[in-house]
Design a protein around this ligand. Structure first.
Ligand SMILES: Nc1ncnc2c1ncn2[C@@H]1O[C@H](COP(=O)(O)OP(=O)(O)OP(=O)(O)O)[C@@H](O)[C@H]1O
Ligand SMILES: [Mg+2]
Length: 182
């Protein structure tokens, strides 16, 4: 079996994370799903702001932690912004019609998208956000290191297309599977 293709980039500040999100937007097609994985404060919502602005969505992007899903319209494609953090059980995904909405012709970005490993979409782009230096001195905001990987046919195609479109951002991670050691 060939090793999975994984790319890595670094966002030195929050504006870079937003700008990176905007670079994905032109490549997105209806029913594309982006799962955002990373600790509290890793930058998932700010990345989503960039996707929304790149799509041309109107309206302010805020954290959907309490709503579970927020919709942003007015752009090239509507954007569903999920946050699964507050869900306790996988069946609660049905309450919000999670799988129905993922196939509704919009783009979906899902914070805490790996919360239920038994309920991953068939095809998706996974973006893993990590704080580069978690023990940085107090008051200093460390950069974020982001790992990109596609799952399923469309997920892999989208990951490859984004990495190819932004070689200045994405460098292929040849040596090892970073997820296994996270
Ligand atoms: N390079 C960076 N990328 C993203 N956020 C950064 C960066 N540097 C600093 N920050 C700060 O980290 C915080 C990230 O907040 P954000 O709400 O986007 O995280 P989150 O992953 O969505 O958190 P949560 O899990 O609580 O939803 C913001 O305060 C932002 O200003
Ligand atoms: Mg968030």
């Amino acid at each position: 079996m060939t090793a999975p293709q994984i790319w890595r980039t670094t966002c030195a500040c929050v504006d870079q994370t937003i700008a990176l999100g905007a670079t994905l937007a032109p490549l997105l097609q209806p029913n594309d799903v982006i799962l955002l994985v990373g600790d509290l404060g890793a930058g998932k919502t700010h990345f989503t702001k960039g996707v929304a602005s790149g799509l041309g969505c109107t309206g302010k992007v805020t954290s959907p932690t309490f709503n579970i899903m927020l919709e942003y319209d007015g752009g090239r494609l509507p954007l569903y912004h999920f946050d699964l953090y507050r869900l306790d059980d996988v069946w609660q995904l049905d309450d919000v019609d999670y799988f129905g909405l993922l196939e509704d012709g919009c783009v979906s970005v899902v914070e805490w998208g790996d919360k239920f490993p038994e309920a991953l979409p068939q095809s998706y782009l996974e973006l893993r956000l990590t704080v580069a230096y978690p023990d940085a001195p107090q008051g200093e905001e460390p950069p974020r290191t982001l790992y990109l990987r596609g799952y399923g046919e469309r997920g892999r195609e989208l990951a490859r297309a984004w990495a190819a479109a932004r070689p200045q951002d994405w460098k292929e991670e040849p040596e090892k599977e970073p997820h296994a050691t996270d």
